[in-house]
Design a protein around this ligand. Sequence first.
Ligand SMILES: Nc1nc2c(ncn2[C@@H]2O[C@H](COP(=O)(O)OP(=O)(O)O)[C@@H](O)[C@H]2O)c(=O)[nH]1
Ligand SMILES: [Mg+2]
Length: 143
Amino acid sequence: MIMLVGPVGAGKTSLINALNQDCRKAEKTSSICFCDGAIDTPGEYAQMPRFYSALAVTATEAKMVLMVQDATDIRITLPPGFAAMFPRPVVGVVTKIDAPGADQERAKLRLLEAGIQEPFFYVSAYTGAGLADLTEYFVRKEV
Ligand SMILES: Nc1nc2c(ncn2[C@@H]2O[C@H](COP(=O)(O)OP(=O)(O)O)[C@@H](O)[C@H]2O)c(=O)[nH]1
Ligand SMILES: [Mg+2]
């Protein structure tokens, strides 16, 4: 089981759907959702400190946390050192690498600032780029 964390619109639900080869369009996620072998979380939870404890507790249900960073997002949305809050290994995933304005280096910097270490994964839910690498990593780590 993996848990996905990241701001509103980062591409968490789309990534879960793509990993499951589910072509449904992602609907807005309004509560923590145990679905399709993953824990999906509302973006607001990563953006509002009062929800952090809920995220940390829910992470105990997962074997790994995916911290999702949108490659097109110029804002700093993840708090510094955010990764240290989780009781599970945190892996950085950069989404939307297909999109205009995507900047993988900037996205990587955001993840480093959030306290996440290599390896980072660069994916697109639209084109499927990078999904095989990520899936292989899950298999290797037995999540
Ligand atoms: N270009 C592009 N857009 C994406 C990708 N993944 C998600 N999106 C779009 O980004 C928006 C937010 O996606 P969503 O999965 O709902 O994000 P969430 O709030 O993190 O769950 C939607 O309009 C998606 O269609 C991607 O890989 N490439
Ligand atoms: Mg969502």
